[in-house]
Design a protein around this ligand. Sequence first.
Ligand SMILES: *[C@@H]1O[C@H](CO)[C@@H](O)[C@H](O)[C@H]1NC(C)=O
Ligand SMILES: *[C@@H]1O[C@H](CO)[C@@H](O)[C@H](O)[C@H]1NC(C)=O
Ligand SMILES: *[C@@H]1O[C@H](CO)[C@@H](O)[C@H](O)[C@H]1NC(C)=O
Ligand SMILES: *[C@@H]1O[C@H](CO)[C@@H](O)[C@H](O)[C@H]1NC(C)=O
Length: 245
Amino acid sequence: MFLGLFLAFFLICNVLSLSAQEYSNTSTTCPEYFNCRNFKGLGFPFFSFNLPGCGLCMLDCEANPSPKIALDSQPEHWFDVIYIGDSVVKLHDPILQSHLDNQRCESFSYNIHPRPSPAISYSILNNITLYRCFITPESHPMITDLFSGYKNYNKCDYLRYTVYYQNSSTLPFNGTIPSVCSAFTLPIVSAYYSCSDSELFELLTSEFDLEWHVSDECYNCHDQGHMCRTNWWEKSGCANVKQGI
Ligand SMILES: *[C@@H]1O[C@H](CO)[C@@H](O)[C@H](O)[C@H]1NC(C)=O
Ligand SMILES: *[C@@H]1O[C@H](CO)[C@@H](O)[C@H](O)[C@H]1NC(C)=O
Ligand SMILES: *[C@@H]1O[C@H](CO)[C@@H](O)[C@H](O)[C@H]1NC(C)=O
Ligand SMILES: *[C@@H]1O[C@H](CO)[C@@H](O)[C@H](O)[C@H]1NC(C)=O
C-alpha cells in the first residue's frame, strides 16, 4: 500500500520533471553509502526508495523474503535481489519463474531485459536470443529456410508462432529479421548451454546475473557531488545536490 502510493508519487514527480523539461535542484541530501539488510555499504547507482532521486537502481530493503530492486528504466518491475557485487547483481524474477515452471508460452513474450537509458545500461551475462515467428502458410517456407540449422520450439503453435533458437553449432543470426519474427533475450542457466542440445525450458532460468554500466557523463556528475538523474528513456541530467551523510 505504502509502496504503491510511493511509486505513484514517484512516477508523478518524474512526469512533472519531464514536462518542465528541466531537472530542478532539490535540497535532498543523498548518503554516500547505505545498508540494505545483509547488503552493506551500498552506493551509487543504488538508492533506497525512501530517498528518491539519489540513484538509478531503487531498492526496497523491507521487502520479503529478500530486498527487491527496480531498475532505472522500468520502475514498476521488481526483482528479488540475491547478491550485489561491484558491477554485477544477481536477481530473481518470480513472474518469469512461474512462466518457466509451467512452461507457459508467455515466457516468450516476457521482456526481462531492462531498457537502457543514457545514464545506465544493463546486460544479462548468460543469455540466449530467441526468435519468435508467426507462422502462416505464406511465411512458413521462408522462415524454415532462414532458420535452418536452428532448433525450434513449436508447442506454442496454437498461438500460431514457433520459437527458433541456436543449437550448439549454429552461428548467431546476422541477417535482417523478417517482420513476422521478433528477437528477444532471456537468461539461461550458464554459458554451458552452447555445449549442449537441451530442450529450451531446461536452458532458461529466472535467476540471472545482470551487469550494469553507468555512463561516464553520469559518473562525472556523481563524482562532482551532483545527482545524476534520468527521465527514464530520453536523457540524463545533472542536478545540483549536496552529497553527505
Ligand atoms: C541546478 O544546478 C545547476 C548547477 O549549479 C545549474 O546549472 C542548473 O541550472 C540548476 N537547475 C535548476 C533547474 O535550477
Ligand atoms: C547477451 O550476452 C552477450 C555475450 O555475453 C552480451 O554481449 C549481450 O549484451 C547480452 N545481451 C543482453 C540483452 O543482455
Ligand atoms: C545444429 O546446427 C547444425 C549446423 O547448422 C546442423 O547441422 C544440425 O543438424 C543442428 N542440430 C540440431 C539438433 O538441430
Ligand atoms: C553474416 O556472417 C557471415 C559470416 O561471418 C558474413 O559473411 C555475412 O556477410 C554476414 N551477413 C550479414 C548480413 O551481416
